[in-house]
Design a protein around this ligand. Structure first.
Ligand code: DAH
Length: 340
């Protein structure tokens, strides 16, 4: 074989073997076999040879070309195989690796308190009633025996939308709606949001939650009220704690009372939670005022009832030892997740 051809063949095969990537292999193909490639140029120069040399050179050149092409094909096949193996390795999935778990959510203390209260009362046969947060002055005050001069109607305490419509200040408005539309027996609770013109501080918020309770039937007495609410207080704070009713005033109940539970922290001796008294106020209650029943067309000779109102935030704060109501609304996950 011609010396130049031999050298070219050797060099080409060596450099093709060393190609580290498909791009490099392709560049070599162009450099050797391309239109202006080294071997192509050599073949072109054949015309300058003598006719007897030409045949031999032509055969040798074709042989060299075949070897170079084979060497290129081998290298490309090897590089493609390596590339595939590398990809498989990179895409390997470890099926034994534990899955990524989403952090499960949990109930906010306000929702939790409402839900636990719902569970308690529905287990006793109460149904759940809902009312709108925007209600009439009539349902929020007049129908509940809070006459035109009642102090809670004051512009400074209530968010009025106009003369007849307001953001309800209490869930007791649901009592008015139910009494006006249903006949006894009535046995319900109604959780919801209420609104008052208060500047937020440790114990006040312009928006908070209440749970209203209403029972109207034949022969309902104060003993029924006391029995139910005593059970509820024990459910919340502990079965060994005593409760007591303390006289109070609400326009829609007569008699009215507030229920106190023995301090769950000190057991009644007096501490910072109960401010030394040994008792903690937990809710307002009373026998439904006949005026309220009459307003809804219920026969007050036949039926009597009791009602109660629970402050949800207050209960949650007491049970979980929270000293500032604003913490419940700031939605700081570090605070909230302490009660998981
Ligand atoms: N509505 C009262 C309040 O917001 C709470 C209340 C007290 C509701 C006595 C009642 C009740 O149904 O009988 O302060």
């Amino acid at each position: 074989m011609n010396e130049r051809l031999k050298t070219l063949l050797e060099e080409s095969v060596n450099s093709i073997k060393e190609a580290a990537s498909l791009e490099e292999a392709e560049a070599l193909r162009v450099k050797i076999l391309g239109k202006k490639g080294q071997l192509t140029e050599m073949l072109k120069s054949m015309k300058d040879l003598k006719p007897e040399e030409r045949k031999e050179f032509g055969q040798a050149a074709n042989e060299a070309k075949a070897q170079i092409e084979k060497s290129l094909a081998d290298t490309v096949a090897m590089l493609k195989d390596a590339q595939k193996k590398a990809r498989f390795l990179a895409e390997t999935i470890d099926v034994t690796e534990p899955g990524r778990t989403a952090a499960p959510g949990f109930k906010h203390l306000v929702s939790l308190t409402i839900d636990e209260t719902i569970d308690f009362f529905t287990a006793m046969g109460y149904t759940i009633a809902e009312g709108p947060e925007i209600d009439t002055v009539h349902n929020n005050f007049d129908a509940l025996n809070a006459g035109p001069n009642h102090p809670s109607r004051d512009m400074t305490d209530t968010f009025y939308i106009n003369d007849n419509v307001l953001l309800r200040t209490q869930t007791s408005d649901v009592q008015a709606r139910i009494i006006a539309s249903q006949q006894p027996p009535i046995r319900l609770i109604s959780p919801g949001r209420v609104f008052r013109c208060d500047t937020p501080d440790a114990t006040h918020s312009p928006m908070f939650h209440q749970i209203e309770g209403l029972v109207v039937d034949e022969d309902i007495t104060m003993a029924d009220l006391k029995g139910v609410l005593d059970k509820y207080a024990k459910f919340l704070f502990g079965s060994s704690l005593a409760t007591k009713l303390r006289p109070h005033h609400f326009p829609f109940t007569e008699p009215s009372a507030e229920m106190d539970v023995e301090c769950f922290k000190c057991g009644g001796k007096g501490c910072n939670v109960c401010k030394g008294s040994g008792w903690i106020e937990i809710l307002g209650c009373g026998m439904v005022h006949p005026n309220v029943l009459r307003e809804g067309g219920i026969d007050t000779e036949k039926y009597t009832g009791f009602a109660f109102g629970i402050g949800v935030e207050r209960i949650a704060m007491l049970r979980y030892g929270i000293d500032d109501m604003r913490l419940l609304y700031e939605n700081d996950i570090r605070f909230i997740s302490q009660f998981k």
